[in-house]
Design a protein around this ligand. Structure first.
Ligand code: FES
Length: 340
C-alpha cells in the first residue's frame, strides 16, 4: 500500500504525493514533479536534506559529512536515502519555488452548515463534493477563502482533520463589521459556493515524542481542534494539555467537543482562562501564561503549540524566556483580527 507523504517548505507551501512501498523518497518526489535540489544522490553531499516532522522512516546510507549524529537525533534526513514506513511529513528549509513545485490547490467548496457557537464565533462547514476534488492538509494548516460576493480573501485554520468525506470546518471570529463576519451573518446560505486555496502554513502537528501543551487564543482554537482530532484518531501516548483563553466567558465555544477529548485522548487536560470576565465568573482569570502548570512543563521537555493573536503569542514567548525554559520546542501561528 502506498504511503501519503507531505513536503512542507519555508514559504508555507505543502505538497502531498504517494510513495510506493520501499521506494526512495527522492524518486517518488521527482516522479510527482517535486524537484528537490540534489547533487550526489549518494548520501554524501547533504544537498537534499530535510527534517522528518512526523511518521516512521529509515535511511540507507548517511555520510557523517552530510549529517552529524546530532542531526540524526533531530530527525534530519537525506531525501535520496530515505524510505518511509508510514504516512509521513517532512520539512525543507527553503522555498518550494526551488523545486519548480506547483502551489496550493485552487478549489471550490459548498456550504453545508453554518452556525453561531458563541457570542463571537461561528463555525462554517464546507464540503468539496464528489467532483473528483479532494484536499490533503496537515492538522493546524489553513485555507484562504474568497468571500462570496466580494473580492476579499481571508485565511482560516481548519478546525478538523482531513477526512475521506471531504468535509472542512473553520471557526470564524464574528466582528461587528468584518467582510467575512457580515457574509456569515447576513448572506451565508447552505449551498453557497466558496472558492478557496489550500493547504497553506507551516503551523502543523509534528511527530509527537514529548508531552504537548496546546495554547489557543480566541478562534486560534480552530487549528488546535484539528490537531486534537488527529491525536484522538491516531492515538497519543503523551499527555496533552489544552489551554484556551477568551475575553469573556460568552466567547467560549465547542465546549462539548473539548470535553469529549477527555474520553478520546488518554492524558488529556483542559484549562480555560477568561481575561475580562463578569463578576459571576468563578473560573480562571487573566492571561494564559499566568496559569501554566510549571511542574507540567518538566524543565522545558515539552512541545508547545500556540495559536492566537500576536500579543498573546508574544506574551507566551516572553514568559518562556523569563522562566529560562529554553528546551521548550515552540511552534506558533499569529493571526490578526482583520482575518475575521
Ligand atoms: S543528493 Fe547528495 S546527499 Fe542526497
Amino acid at each position: 500500500m502506498n504511503h501519503k507523504v507531505a513536503f512542507s517548505f519555508a514559504d508555507g507551501k505543502t505538497l502531498f504525493f504517494p510513495v510506493q512501498p520501499n521506494e526512495i523518497l527522492l524518486d517518488a518526489a521527482l516522479r510527482n514533479g517535486i524537484n528537490i535540489p540534489l547533487d550526489c544522490r549518494e548520501g554524501v553531499c547533504g544537498t537534499c536534506q530535510g527534517r522528518c516532522e512526523s511518521g516512521d522512516y529509515s535511511q540507507d546510507y548517511v555520510d557523517e559529512e552530510a549529517l552529524s549524529s546530532q542531526d540524526l537525533q533531530q530527525r534530519k534526513m537525506l531525501t535520496c536515502q530515505t524510505r518511509v514506513k508510514s504516512d509521513a511529513a517532512f520539512y525543507f528549509d527553503f522555498a518550494s519555488s526551488l523545486c519548480n513545485a506547483a502551489g496550493p490547490d485552487q478549489l471550490r467548496a459548498t456550504v453545508t452548515n453554518v452556525k453561531q457557537v458563541s457570542a463571537s464565533t461561528a463555525i462554517l462547514h464546507l464540503n468539496l463534493g464528489n467532483a473528483g476534488q479532494s484536499l490533503d492538509y496537515l492538522p493546524g494548516q489553513y485555507a484562504r477563502l474568497l468571500i462570496p460576493g466580494t473580492e476579499n480573501k481571508r485565511s482560516y485554520s481548519f478546525a478538523n482533520r482531513p477526512s475521506a468525506s471531504n468535509e472542512l470546518q473553520f471557526l470564524i471570529r464574528l466582528l461587528p463589521d468584518g467582510v467575512m463576519s457580515n457574509y456569515i451573518r447576513e448572506r451565508c446560505q447552505v449551498g453557497d459556493e466558496i472558492a478557496l486555496e489550500a493547504p497553506l502554513g507551516a503551523f502543523y502537528l509534528r511527530h509527537v515524542a514529548r508531552p504537548l501543551i496546546l495554547v489557543a487564543g480566541g478562534t486560534g482554537l480552530s487549528a488546535l481542534l484539528g490537531m486534537l482530532d488527529e491525536l484522538a484518531e491516531r492515538g497519543c501516548e503523551q499527555p496533552v494539555h489544552l489551554y484556551y483563553g477568551v475575553r469573556d466567558a460568552a466567547d467560549l465555544c465547542e465546549q462539548a467537543r473539548i470535553q469529549a477529548y477527555e474520553q478520546r485522548i488518554p492524558g488529556f487536560r483542559y484549562t480555560e482562562v477568561v481575561s475580562e470576565p463578569s463578576p459571576h465568573w468563578t473560573g480562571k482569570r487573566g492571561y494564559i501564561a499566568e496559569h501554566f502548570d510549571v511542574a507540567e512543563l518538566r524543565d522545558g521537555q515539552v512541545d508547545m503549540y500556540v495559536c492566537g493573536p500576536p500579543p498573546m503569542v508574544e506574551s507566551i514567548k516572553t514568559w518562556l524566556l523569563a522562566q529560562a525554559l529554553d528546551n521548550v520546542q515552540l511552534y506558533y501561528e499569529k493571526f490578526t483580527e482583520s482575518n475575521a
